[in-house]
Design a protein around this ligand. Structure first.
Ligand code: PEP
Length: 251
Protein backbone atom coordinates (compact mmCIF):
# COMPACT_ATOMS: atom_id res chain seq x y z
CA UNK A 1 0.00 0.00 0.00
CA UNK A 2 1.53 3.29 -1.09
CA UNK A 3 1.47 6.18 1.33
CA UNK A 4 0.48 9.47 -0.28
CA UNK A 5 2.97 12.34 -0.21
CA UNK A 6 1.97 15.99 -0.36
CA UNK A 7 4.97 18.24 -0.95
CA UNK A 8 4.98 22.01 -1.23
CA UNK A 9 7.20 23.71 -3.78
CA UNK A 10 7.61 27.26 -2.55
CA UNK A 11 9.56 28.26 -5.68
CA UNK A 12 11.28 31.65 -5.16
CA UNK A 13 8.87 32.89 -2.51
CA UNK A 14 9.19 33.62 1.18
CA UNK A 15 10.87 35.80 3.77
CA UNK A 16 12.14 34.94 7.23
CA UNK A 17 9.12 36.57 8.83
CA UNK A 18 6.49 35.05 6.53
CA UNK A 19 8.10 31.60 6.64
CA UNK A 20 8.12 31.59 10.41
CA UNK A 21 4.35 32.04 10.50
CA UNK A 22 3.68 29.49 7.74
CA UNK A 23 6.05 26.79 9.02
CA UNK A 24 4.93 27.13 12.63
CA UNK A 25 1.27 26.85 11.68
CA UNK A 26 1.83 23.84 9.40
CA UNK A 27 4.03 22.04 11.92
CA UNK A 28 1.43 22.33 14.67
CA UNK A 29 -1.60 21.51 12.52
CA UNK A 30 0.05 18.54 10.79
CA UNK A 31 0.71 17.02 14.17
CA UNK A 32 -2.90 15.87 14.06
CA UNK A 33 -2.74 14.11 10.69
CA UNK A 34 -1.49 10.64 10.00
CA UNK A 35 -1.52 8.07 7.23
CA UNK A 36 0.17 10.40 4.77
CA UNK A 37 3.53 12.14 4.43
CA UNK A 38 4.09 15.82 3.90
CA UNK A 39 7.03 18.06 3.10
CA UNK A 40 7.93 21.57 2.01
CA UNK A 41 10.69 22.33 -0.48
CA UNK A 42 11.98 25.79 0.34
CA UNK A 43 14.57 28.12 -1.24
CA UNK A 44 18.16 27.28 -0.19
CA UNK A 45 18.62 30.24 2.21
CA UNK A 46 15.62 29.13 4.26
CA UNK A 47 16.72 25.54 4.83
CA UNK A 48 18.26 26.38 8.20
CA UNK A 49 15.02 28.04 9.27
CA UNK A 50 13.00 25.03 8.11
CA UNK A 51 15.34 22.75 10.05
CA UNK A 52 14.97 24.83 13.22
CA UNK A 53 11.19 25.14 13.07
CA UNK A 54 10.30 21.69 11.72
CA UNK A 55 12.67 19.36 13.59
CA UNK A 56 10.51 17.03 15.64
CA UNK A 57 7.36 17.77 13.61
CA UNK A 58 5.57 15.57 11.05
CA UNK A 59 6.52 17.92 8.23
CA UNK A 60 9.71 17.03 6.37
CA UNK A 61 11.61 19.56 4.27
CA UNK A 62 13.79 19.67 1.24
CA UNK A 63 15.25 21.79 -1.54
CA UNK A 64 14.15 22.62 -5.06
CA UNK A 65 17.37 21.79 -6.89
CA UNK A 66 20.75 20.18 -6.31
CA UNK A 67 24.08 20.20 -8.08
CA UNK A 68 25.07 17.22 -10.15
CA UNK A 69 28.60 17.68 -8.76
CA UNK A 70 29.84 16.49 -5.40
CA UNK A 71 32.10 19.48 -4.64
CA UNK A 72 34.62 21.78 -6.27
CA UNK A 73 34.89 24.91 -8.38
CA UNK A 74 31.21 25.23 -9.29
CA UNK A 75 30.28 28.76 -8.28
CA UNK A 76 26.68 29.11 -7.20
CA UNK A 77 26.01 25.40 -6.94
CA UNK A 78 24.72 23.60 -3.84
CA UNK A 79 25.70 19.97 -3.31
CA UNK A 80 23.56 17.10 -2.07
CA UNK A 81 25.76 16.64 1.00
CA UNK A 82 25.19 20.31 1.92
CA UNK A 83 21.43 19.71 1.75
CA UNK A 84 21.81 16.73 4.04
CA UNK A 85 23.58 18.88 6.61
CA UNK A 86 20.43 20.98 6.80
CA UNK A 87 18.28 17.94 7.44
CA UNK A 88 16.70 17.74 3.98
CA UNK A 89 14.92 14.52 3.17
CA UNK A 90 13.72 15.49 -0.32
CA UNK A 91 14.99 17.43 -3.29
CA UNK A 92 13.02 18.34 -6.40
CA UNK A 93 14.89 17.41 -9.57
CA UNK A 94 14.02 18.41 -13.12
CA UNK A 95 11.19 20.81 -12.38
CA UNK A 96 9.86 22.13 -15.69
CA UNK A 97 10.86 25.68 -14.74
CA UNK A 98 14.46 24.51 -14.41
CA UNK A 99 14.26 22.57 -17.65
CA UNK A 100 12.69 25.47 -19.58
CA UNK A 101 14.29 28.54 -17.99
CA UNK A 102 17.70 27.20 -16.97
CA UNK A 103 18.39 24.79 -19.80
CA UNK A 104 18.41 21.55 -17.81
CA UNK A 105 18.54 18.65 -20.23
CA UNK A 106 17.40 15.09 -19.51
CA UNK A 107 21.09 14.19 -19.03
CA UNK A 108 21.65 16.94 -16.45
CA UNK A 109 18.46 15.97 -14.62
CA UNK A 110 19.61 12.33 -14.57
CA UNK A 111 22.98 13.39 -13.13
CA UNK A 112 21.30 15.49 -10.44
CA UNK A 113 18.98 12.61 -9.58
CA UNK A 114 21.99 10.31 -9.19
CA UNK A 115 23.85 12.85 -7.03
CA UNK A 116 20.83 13.15 -4.71
CA UNK A 117 20.60 9.37 -4.35
CA UNK A 118 24.29 8.95 -3.57
CA UNK A 119 23.91 11.40 -0.69
CA UNK A 120 20.86 9.59 0.65
CA UNK A 121 18.28 12.19 -0.32
CA UNK A 122 14.95 11.25 -1.89
CA UNK A 123 14.70 12.90 -5.30
CA UNK A 124 11.29 14.07 -6.45
CA UNK A 125 11.69 13.67 -10.20
CA UNK A 126 9.42 15.97 -12.22
CA UNK A 127 8.29 14.85 -15.65
CA UNK A 128 5.67 16.28 -17.94
CA UNK A 129 4.79 17.54 -21.38
CA UNK A 130 4.13 21.01 -22.77
CA UNK A 131 0.80 21.87 -24.37
CA UNK A 132 2.36 21.72 -27.84
CA UNK A 133 3.69 18.24 -27.13
CA UNK A 134 0.30 17.10 -25.82
CA UNK A 135 -1.52 18.56 -28.81
CA UNK A 136 0.90 16.80 -31.12
CA UNK A 137 0.12 13.48 -29.42
CA UNK A 138 3.63 13.31 -27.97
CA UNK A 139 2.93 13.47 -24.24
CA UNK A 140 3.77 9.83 -23.56
CA UNK A 141 6.92 9.78 -25.68
CA UNK A 142 8.24 12.95 -24.00
CA UNK A 143 7.63 11.52 -20.54
CA UNK A 144 9.12 8.17 -21.55
CA UNK A 145 12.27 9.93 -22.71
CA UNK A 146 12.51 11.89 -19.44
CA UNK A 147 12.16 8.66 -17.45
CA UNK A 148 14.52 6.68 -19.66
CA UNK A 149 17.37 9.12 -19.03
CA UNK A 150 17.05 8.61 -15.28
CA UNK A 151 16.61 4.83 -15.48
CA UNK A 152 19.69 4.59 -17.74
CA UNK A 153 21.76 6.42 -15.13
CA UNK A 154 20.37 5.11 -11.82
CA UNK A 155 18.51 1.92 -12.77
CA UNK A 156 15.21 0.75 -11.33
CA UNK A 157 16.97 0.28 -7.98
CA UNK A 158 17.58 4.03 -7.97
CA UNK A 159 14.04 4.80 -9.02
CA UNK A 160 12.81 2.69 -6.12
CA UNK A 161 14.31 5.27 -3.75
CA UNK A 162 12.61 8.22 -5.43
CA UNK A 163 9.27 9.88 -5.93
CA UNK A 164 7.95 10.85 -9.37
CA UNK A 165 5.88 13.97 -9.92
CA UNK A 166 3.84 14.11 -13.11
CA UNK A 167 3.47 17.81 -13.83
CA UNK A 168 1.95 18.76 -17.16
CA UNK A 169 3.76 22.00 -17.99
CA UNK A 170 0.52 23.57 -19.23
CA UNK A 171 -1.05 23.12 -15.79
CA UNK A 172 1.72 24.63 -13.67
CA UNK A 173 0.87 28.02 -12.21
CA UNK A 174 -1.81 28.52 -14.87
CA UNK A 175 -4.90 27.63 -12.88
CA UNK A 176 -5.59 24.90 -15.48
CA UNK A 177 -5.60 21.50 -13.83
CA UNK A 178 -5.50 18.25 -15.73
CA UNK A 179 -8.82 16.53 -15.21
CA UNK A 180 -8.64 13.56 -12.84
CA UNK A 181 -9.10 11.25 -15.83
CA UNK A 182 -6.37 12.97 -17.87
CA UNK A 183 -3.95 12.83 -14.96
CA UNK A 184 -4.82 9.22 -14.11
CA UNK A 185 -4.19 8.17 -17.73
CA UNK A 186 -0.64 9.54 -17.62
CA UNK A 187 0.04 8.14 -14.16
CA UNK A 188 -1.10 4.71 -15.35
CA UNK A 189 1.14 5.06 -18.39
CA UNK A 190 4.15 5.89 -16.19
CA UNK A 191 3.46 2.99 -13.85
CA UNK A 192 2.93 0.48 -16.64
CA UNK A 193 6.02 1.63 -18.53
CA UNK A 194 8.12 1.15 -15.40
CA UNK A 195 6.36 -2.13 -14.57
CA UNK A 196 7.75 -3.57 -17.79
CA UNK A 197 11.21 -3.06 -16.25
CA UNK A 198 10.42 -4.00 -12.66
CA UNK A 199 6.82 -4.68 -11.57
CA UNK A 200 7.56 -4.55 -7.84
CA UNK A 201 9.31 -1.18 -8.00
CA UNK A 202 6.56 0.23 -10.24
CA UNK A 203 3.81 -0.97 -7.90
CA UNK A 204 5.46 0.63 -4.86
CA UNK A 205 6.50 3.89 -6.54
CA UNK A 206 4.83 7.07 -5.31
CA UNK A 207 3.69 9.13 -8.31
CA UNK A 208 2.45 12.59 -7.37
CA UNK A 209 0.40 14.89 -9.56
CA UNK A 210 1.36 18.56 -9.80
CA UNK A 211 -0.26 21.44 -11.63
CA UNK A 212 -2.65 23.91 -10.03
CA UNK A 213 -3.71 21.52 -7.27
CA UNK A 214 -5.82 23.31 -4.66
CA UNK A 215 -8.17 22.49 -1.84
CA UNK A 216 -11.08 22.46 -4.29
CA UNK A 217 -9.71 19.80 -6.66
CA UNK A 218 -7.28 17.75 -4.54
CA UNK A 219 -9.70 15.08 -3.29
CA UNK A 220 -10.89 14.17 -6.78
CA UNK A 221 -7.34 13.95 -8.12
CA UNK A 222 -6.06 11.94 -5.14
CA UNK A 223 -8.96 9.50 -5.46
CA UNK A 224 -7.50 8.20 -8.73
CA UNK A 225 -5.85 4.80 -8.33
CA UNK A 226 -2.41 5.81 -9.58
CA UNK A 227 -2.21 9.30 -8.06
CA UNK A 228 -0.30 9.20 -4.79
CA UNK A 229 -0.55 12.77 -3.56
CA UNK A 230 0.64 16.03 -5.05
CA UNK A 231 3.46 18.46 -5.64
CA UNK A 232 1.90 21.78 -4.78
CA UNK A 233 3.17 25.17 -5.93
CA UNK A 234 1.07 28.27 -5.26
CA UNK A 235 -1.34 26.62 -2.83
CA UNK A 236 1.52 25.51 -0.58
CA UNK A 237 2.06 29.12 0.50
CA UNK A 238 -1.35 29.29 2.14
CA UNK A 239 -1.81 27.42 5.44
CA UNK A 240 -5.50 26.65 4.97
CA UNK A 241 -5.10 25.53 1.35
CA UNK A 242 -2.10 23.33 2.09
CA UNK A 243 -3.76 21.82 5.15
CA UNK A 244 -6.93 21.06 3.17
CA UNK A 245 -4.83 19.39 0.48
CA UNK A 246 -3.08 17.29 3.14
CA UNK A 247 -6.46 16.29 4.54
CA UNK A 248 -7.58 15.25 1.05
CA UNK A 249 -4.52 13.02 0.80
CA UNK A 250 -5.34 11.45 4.13
CA UNK A 251 -8.58 10.19 2.60
C1 PEP B 1 4.87 23.35 -9.11
O1 PEP B 1 5.52 24.38 -9.05
O2 PEP B 1 5.45 22.27 -9.03
C2 PEP B 1 3.41 23.46 -9.27
C3 PEP B 1 2.72 22.37 -9.45
O3 PEP B 1 2.88 24.72 -9.22
P1 PEP B 1 1.30 25.12 -9.09
O4 PEP B 1 0.73 24.21 -8.06
O5 PEP B 1 1.33 26.56 -8.66
O6 PEP B 1 0.72 24.91 -10.43
Amino acid sequence: MRQKLVAGNWKMHGSLAANQILLTALASQLERLNGMRSAVCVPFPYLAQAQTVLTGSCLAWGAQDVSQYEKGAYTGEVSASMLLEFGCRYVIVGHSERRALFGETDAVVAAKFAAALVAGLTPILCVGETLEERDAGRAESVIAQQLDAVVAESGMAGLAKSVIAYEPVWAIGTGKTASPAQAQAVHAFIRSKLAALDPDVAAALVIQYGGSVKAANAAELFAQPDIDGGLIGGASLDVDEFMAICHAAQG
